[in-house]
Design a protein around this ligand. Sequence first.
Ligand code: ADP
Length: 321
Amino acid sequence: HPLAPTDTNAAAPHSPPLPRQNSKTTPPSPPKFISDKLGRHQFHRVGFLGEGGFARVYEVKDSLNKRFACKVVTMSSLKTKKAKTKLYAEIKIHRSLFHPNIVTFIDCFEGDDNVYMTLELCPSGSLMDLLRRRKRFTEPEARFFMVQLIGACHYMHGQSVIHRDLKLGNLFLDANMNIKVGDFGLAALIESPGERKKTICGTPNYIAPEVLFDTASGHSFEVDTWSIGVILYTLVVGRPPFQTKDVKAIYQRIRLNDYTFPSPPPASPSVPSRNLIGDILTPDPQQRPPLLAIVAHEWFTMGPVPPYIPTSAHDAPPDWS
Ligand code: ADP
């Protein structure tokens, strides 16, 4: 369905990010008993959680029965220097981040055929899975998710990290419906003030215009702000603002800042939420509001920000009255 929410991480036009593993050949499952060569890390594989561009993620248990997620990358997919550099960059960035709304990186080690990364387990899937069941979220729920997402993003930017792939599919949920930002596979570290990044990367629906169309001057932290605007729109409307059938048409709509809000209630979001989305989806990155200005917007004070979201929200909108 063309309007169904999609979150596929696909290539930007001229410079497709290199797939780190040939997705046509399914690699063999990792062993049932996962261990490093010296036997210092030992886990039992108990289930499959999902797969992304280059890794498969399993649920594992340690000897005390504590559950973790384990991201598995085959050594055969790390033959090129570029693939290794990318994986080591992801590990270096992710293991340096400690925040309640960021998936905790626990450890990484090598086995015979794979590199393993153990991560905090997010047992309730992603916001993408939840949106598919719920169609759209109530504005109080959207405020709750946005506060947590912006908190995590503000922390990352303070650590000089740009995530560059913020999207519903990379926002995982813990057992209490708290957001955990994950997948640092496209993250970048800004190493000197004013440094600009030039690599075209991201996920079509969420890519900021300067990544696509201002490749000469590059991009920086504001690309995450743009994605946060796309996420807010998607939470309250139920589909991303620039979604269309093909990727080229999505980029054309991003270039023209061409999006509209559905009009008849209940699909039409409140006027303050539309204003905030309009502020964030400003084409010029220098004119985009800072993260702290976003949480100070009227939309966050005009209605409730719930202290938590009931787990019943997995299937039905909570009653906030
Ligand atoms: P990639 O970097 O290859 O895109 P991801 O980190 O996005 O891989 O993970 C792929 C899938 O694995 C996710 O979409 C999700 O279903 C699952 N997953 C990843 N991390 C976790 C986690 N910490 N807890 C639970 N499931 C996870």
